[in-house]
Design a protein. Structure first.
Ligand code: CBY
Length: 433
């Protein structure tokens, strides 16, 4: 579809000789700005309900050198007030993401981090994750994606943590890398970023540790990179569409751990661009998590002085809002089967307007029978998250959750985004991850 400049041989040779500390990236060319613009308008035209969501978007915009000062100011304000209003309620990874966003680019936001002692709060929250693992069969309070974010941020912002302890925690055999028996690419990628930050600090002498720790960290990175690459699909996506951006970041910073033939970055990039044009990244956090990789940036760039100067051209955000992907059919109703599965299955048929999402079906079913289909929901940065059905509550200490499926297959979107189809069989299962 797109023409790519052939690197002349000399350039190619030079490229192969780049010292291993540098990243190998592939980036979009100017002719694809249109795709990036659609991501940017998803991020800029949304209403932000959670501080973490704003933080993710702010981080992304700062990393790629977006010029829109007013928007960045607004986001930064939202992020700071979410800390002032509910610091103690934030989970460890939420706080880590907030620090990452505020600390990117050496803006006055940096002072906020230190005035509010956010690094020492994060140290405490990270400590609580570790303690919970000690008392609850190795299960953290949240999950390993967040624990990895914690370590990444403690490393980037010179917080205190034990290198030996972290090296042990991040052993690739740890069950927390797996969700429903599947290696979680999102989680593995975040761990590679955290471990790479630690490795760099050790090599630069910023932190002290024994030879053994460095060796262990190296082995973990190697093994995690292998696992990430093993999740590469034929079309180049890694894991699924929503984990690909983070996987790309991990592969950018670890290019000396795999052969050039093992990953065709360009193919991955092309597939992502096609998916963007089909509206796959239509929620702000999804757009925010893919954008840095498309510009060859990673979360490790946060510590660099140059991380926030924009590249050649600045984006030209079109003022028009992209059309919603759901075609505005004339109002008509569809009917779907809906079941709650615990040990017994409870089923019903529900009629909803076409274009409805999974959550609408659950609400209709709840109206039919509150006892059987009653549920509770919480806001998350990815949209609504189901916390209980029939009063049965998901519990991280027991690794239980409510899994959503269609036609027996787990969905890769949440209840607030998955648009249901006529005649579909939807289920929500009491599951273990
Ligand atoms: N973020 C987090 O703490 C979440 C980390 C994450 C790995 C995350 C995916 C990746 C990311 N980039 O943020 C993650 N999901 C986790 C850890 C979990 C578990 C959360 C519980 C815990 N211990 O903290 C759990 C329970 C296994 C889980 N995700 C469940 C679900 C399902 C939610 C259903 C419900 N009850 O509402 C669901 C819908 C899968 C299903 N079929 O049931 C699900 N997750 C999905 C689809 C996703 C993707 C969202 C994609 C989208 N477009 O909405 C995801 C990006 C994500 C969010 N989960 Co989880 C993974 C993917 O597809 N690549 C840090 C915080 C600061 O933001």
């Amino acid at each position: 579809m797109r023409q790519y400049h052939q690197l002349p041989l000399v350039g190619f040779l030079l490229f192969s000789l780049i010292p291993s500390q540098l990243c190998k990236t592939c980036e979009v060319t100017e002719e694809n700005d249109v795709h990036l613009n659609s991501l940017l308008s998803t991020m800029t035209t949304s209403k932000y309900t959670s501080g973490t969501q704003s933080a993710n978007v702010l981080l992304s915009l700062r990393l790629v050198g977006m010029q829109n000062q007013t928007l960045k100011q607004q986001l930064s304000q939202q992020v700071r007030s979410s800390v002032e209003m509910r610091e103690s309620n934030l989970s460890s990874g939420q706080l880590a993401m907030i620090i990452l966003a505020l600390g990117a680019c050496h803006t006055p936001d940096e002072t906020f981090i230190y005035d509010h002692h956010l690094i020492s709060h994060l140290q405490n929250k990270f400590q609580a994750e570790i303690e919970n693992m000690g008392t609850h069969d190795g299960n953290p309070l949240t999950n390993y994606y967040q624990v990895s974010l914690d370590v990444l941020v403690l490393c980037l912002f010179n917080g205190n943590y034990s290198v030996t302890k972290v090296a042990d925690l991040f052993s690739p055999e740890n069950k927390n890398y797996y969700l429903r028996g599947q290696f979680s690419v999102d989680t593995g990628a975040m761990a590679v970023l955290a471990l790479t930050c630690m490795k760099r600090s050790l090599i630069n002498g910023n932190i002290k540790a024994g030879e053994e720790d460095l060796k262990e960290i190296n082995n973990h990175i190697a093994s995690l990179v292998k696992k990430i690459l093993s999740q590469k699909k034929e079309n180049g996506l890694i894991g699924n569409i929503f984990s690909t951006g983070e996987a790309m970041q991990a592969l950018f910073v670890s290019s000396n751990y795999y052969k050039e033939s093992e990953w065709n970055c360009q193919q991955t990039l092309d597939t992502v661009l096609t998916e963007i044009s089909q509206g796959a990244f239509n929620i702000p956090i999804a757009a925010a998590q893919i954008l840095p990789a498309l510009m060859g940036k990673t979360y490790l760039d946060v510590s660099k002085d140059s991380s926030c100067v924009s590249g050649s051209g600045t984006f030209n955000i079109s003022s028009h809002v992209p059309k919603s992907v759901t075609t505005p059919n004339p109002p008509s109703n569809i009917s779907v089967n809906y079941s709650v599965v615990i040990t017994k299955t409870y089923s019903t048929t529900v009629t909803v307007p076409s274009g409805s999402v999974f959550l609408d079906v659950m609400e209709e079913a709840q109206k039919i029978n509150e006892t059987v289909f009653g549920f509770t929901v919480e806001k998350s940065s990815w949209g609504p998250y189901i916390t209980s059905v029939q009063g049965l509550k998901a519990n991280n200490n027991e690794r239980t959750f409510w899994e959503i499926l269609s036609g027996g297959k787990p969905l890769s979107q949440g209840v607030g985004n998955y648009v249901v189809h006529d005649g579909e069989s939807l289920e929500i299962h009491w599951s273990k991850y």
